[in-house]
Design a binder for this molecule. Structure first.
Ligand code: G3P
Ligand code: CA
Length: 311
């Protein structure tokens, strides 16, 4: 079996990206240092999953190896053979939807350097043009300098051109009134609400039940997920507007997962469970044994290898 170290894969990918950008490839020794150097089985795209093998979602892209929520992280997930990427959507001061996780820009960009007087550097206090100037790669590694915070439209176009699938999180919707409609509008404009996309390529999730409820009311055909671990007695309430319940791994048990599966979701199928953030092989096998349908991870290669044998 052909086995490729993830560091080599990431370095090869980075060289490719830099060639496209007109730069030079970083040496292999400068490959992403964050994350494991576990081998990556070359399983190719769209493997047929055996029963008991959870779907693997690349959380914020392949974010153990490339700066989170950037197009580089999307491309690296694709290079490593993963269809599903997860992201976080927020809104700028002038109404553009952008892909970034934190409420502020300080952790993942050079915003303090470019805009020293603009604290606390909240996403919603900056225009799209200002955010487009930020370096969203250097914090992760010098070899990623120049990566940008993508707009949602740029992100959607890249996921589509990579023939990938999207688990889209509407982040902190309470800060952005109307972000549900804004998000659906961009999805529509970008061609992400067609029959095939809705059936196979898109899931919209949020920690806010109200947000998921609004998305469902606006576009009832969409697959939706609530992020959290509701008590079993409350599950029927969520099934009125969601197909999935996506919990933090430390909050679940096999009994709870079975209880979710026993509830019929909003589209008439058993509700699913995709758990997060699982980057460790032993933990992946533990949640696999609990019966989860999917694992959302920063290190998708590690998790794919861990769960490949089924239960
Ligand atoms: O997809 C689940 C996960 O992304 C939720 O947590 O904080 O990483 O957005 P967070
Ligand atoms: Ca997220």
């Amino acid at each position: 079996m052909y086995v490729r170290p993830v560091a080599a894969a990431a370095a090869a990918f980075l060289g490719f990206a830099l060639v496209l950008a007109g730069g030079s490839a970083a040496p292999a020794s400068a490959a992403p240092a964050r994350g494991a150097s576990a081998p990556v089985p070359a399983t190719g795209r769209d493997p047929v999953r055996a029963a008991g093998v959870p779907e693997v979602y690349a959380h914020r892209g392949a974010s153990a190896y490339a700066p989170e929520n950037t197009l580089l992280a999307v491309d690296l997930a694709e290079e490593l053979g993963f269809d599903w990427v997860e992201n976080d959507v927020q809104r700028t001061k002038d109404g553009e939807l952008v892909v970034v996780h934190d409420e502020t820009l300080t952790r993942t960009t050079n915003v303090r350097t470019l805009f020293p007087d603009r604290g606390p550097w909240r996403v919603r206090d900056f225009t799209a043009d200002e955010i487009a100037r930020l370096d969203a790669g250097s914090w992760f590694g010098v070899e990623f300098a120049g990566a940008r915070v993508p707009t949602l439209r740029q992100y959607l176009d890249r996921v589509r051109s990579n023939d990938q699938k999207l688990l889209l999180e509407i982040k902190k919707p309470e800060l952005y009134p109307g972000i549900e409609r804004d998000t659906l509008e961009v999805l529509e404009e970008a061609g992400w609400l067609g029959e095939e996309e809705v059936r196979d390529r898109l899931v919209v999730q949020s920690f806010s039940a109200d947000c998921v409820r609004i998305v469902h009311a606006e576009r009832p055909e969409l697959v939706t997920a609530f992020l959290g671990t509701p008590p079993v007695a409350d599950l029927p309430k969520y099934s009125a507007f969601a197909d999935r319940i996506n919990p933090w791994h430390a909050t679940i048990s096999a009994e709870w997962v079975a209880a979710v599966h026993a509830v019929t979701g909003v589209h008439g199928r058993p509700m699913q469970v995709d758990t997060w953030i699982v980057d460790d092989a032993a933990l992946a096998r533990k949640v696999q044994a609990m019966g989860v349908d999917g694992i959302i991870t920063n290190a998708p290669d590690v998790i794919r290898q861990a769960v490949a044998g089924g239960v």
